[in-house]
Write a protein that binds this ligand. Structure first.
Ligand SMILES: [Zn+2]
Length: 55
C-alpha cells in the first residue's frame, strides 16, 4: 500500500514542510518532528501505480 501525505505544522518557525509517499502510518510518525506537526493524508493506493485521491 502507498500513502501520500503532506506535513503541516502550526509552528511558523518549523522547517518541516514536505510531501512524502510512505507505505505505513508508522513511517509518517517517524518522519514528523516533535513540535506538533500533523500529516494530512492526500491519497492512498493499494497499488503503487494507481494513487486514488481521498477527497
Ligand atoms: Zn513542526
Amino acid at each position: 500500500m502507498l500513502l501520500l501525505a503532506r506535513l503541516t505544522c502550526s509552528d511558523p518557525e518549523c522547517p518541516a514542510d514536505a510531501e512524502e509517499a510512505v507505505e505505513t502510518l508508522e513511517e509518517l510518525e517517524e518522519l514528523a518532528c516533535e513540535c506538533g506537526c500533523t500529516w494530512e493524508l492526500l491519497a492512498v493506493s493499494l497499488d503503487a501505480t494507481e494513487v486514488a485521491a481521498l477527497a
